[in-house]
Write a protein that binds this ligand. Sequence first.
Ligand SMILES: Nc1nc(=O)c2nc(CNc3ccc(C(=O)N[C@@H](CCC(=O)O)C(=O)O)cc3)cnc2[nH]1
Length: 470
Amino acid sequence: MAAMAAPPPAEPPVPPGRCLPSLLAVEPLLFLATVSLGLQGPLATQYLWDRLGAEHGYSDRNGTDSAGCGDGNATADPLRQEVEALVSHWNLYINLGGFFASLFSVTLFGPWSDSVGRRPALILPTAGMALQTAIYLLVMYLELHVAFFLLGRILSGLTGDYNLILASCFSYVADVSERRARTFRVAILEACLGTAGMVASIGGGQWRKAQGYINPFWLAFAASLAATLYAALFLRESVKEKKAAKLFTLSHYKAVYRLYTTPERPSSRWKLVLYSLAFFLIVTVHFGAKDIYVVYELGFPLCWTSDLIGYGSAASYLAYLSSLVGLRLLQLCLEDIWVAEIGLISNIAGMVVISLATTTALMFTGYGILFLSMAATPVIRSKLSKLVSETEQGALFASVACVEGLCSLAATGVFNSLYPATLHFMRGFPFLFGAIILLIPAAILGGIQIWDSKHDYNDFQDASLSPAKD
Ligand SMILES: Nc1nc(=O)c2nc(CNc3ccc(C(=O)N[C@@H](CCC(=O)O)C(=O)O)cc3)cnc2[nH]1
């Protein structure tokens, strides 16, 4: 693609008359919000288990951890099956409620933030998350009906939820980064996400075992409140030309629609669609694999105990950090898109090894091979961001956040039903399936790059001109 002569963005001015430090880093906010989310998810599921189990006279304190190793006794208990079904139904209602509420709000607030600035679009969803955690705490203290979980999630969904936080953070980074440095800045943000996930999942699990739900949930509340205060008091605005804009108008939805229908250049339209498709497939496979790691590791022949499962989870989160380092090093000698291809190869190879893993050593080898697997998504995010103008970043990342919400639903649906259906002929089949699916984004990214380089060749009519790097 020919380099557009975009000037590096000027640092946004510090608002006059503010005495508080004004930071240009959105990373701490994403870290706090992700810790809060990462603590809440498993704790809420576990709470549902114990509450619904107690209501139905089933008292297995270990809940989901005690699936047993290959003997099938634990899963054959009809009461257990009933509770399992209830928990997964409630989880599904809560997730669907949150998804549909945030679908409307993210596509409203995202484009709105292109006019009024990113800070309002960060304060609102973090406050919504704090409200949700507060409602969950009330449910736990007062033993209210679990349907209040759904209410809390829908209220948080209406303020944009975690999806809007992600969208606003990535738009923020796009606002403040130079085009060439963007991929790495996006990767840093993703690494924050991974580190926070690791802290929350390992710390949260141990803490719950020691003290129950309430205290870790207070931390989740504190983390989302801290994120809100950070956005309100410390974060500097990144949108350079703010203007007042009405919130409740259809024009915000139209801005998202326009992205895909009337982009600056004709070729941008199908590139947006293809990159989004590649993003959808990659993230769906990642979420889907995450969903079934634990059951896969608990079952025969791996039969992992809870501490090994903790190490496995840590290893899968480490991929965010190793991918960041790998991306930086590979960027020294390769174009971004080839770094993404290497990331996908690492992902495919790792998933194949995991699908065949019969021993602990082989399983960890698989996790090891996945060390570059998180390098592809920052490249795609950065490519997408460069296809639209500076004033459309909010709209773009809002649509990417919706794609990510869809990934979550698709992954849960496909991988959670594929696993039990293929258990009898190959336990690791869903991982192999994921590896095969990843060939599609690999082909899409390669195809676009080859098309781009041919296009540049035609434009310049000079075989010696190398394609511009962005
Ligand atoms: N089915 C399912 N499984 C999950 O584990 C899950 N986790 C979340 C928690 N939220 C999130 C959101 C974003 C990222 C994330 O890492 N996003 C990066 C990279 C995506 C990737 O390459 O996998 C990003 O760029 O958005 C992780 C967890 C949401 N839905 C889920 N859905």
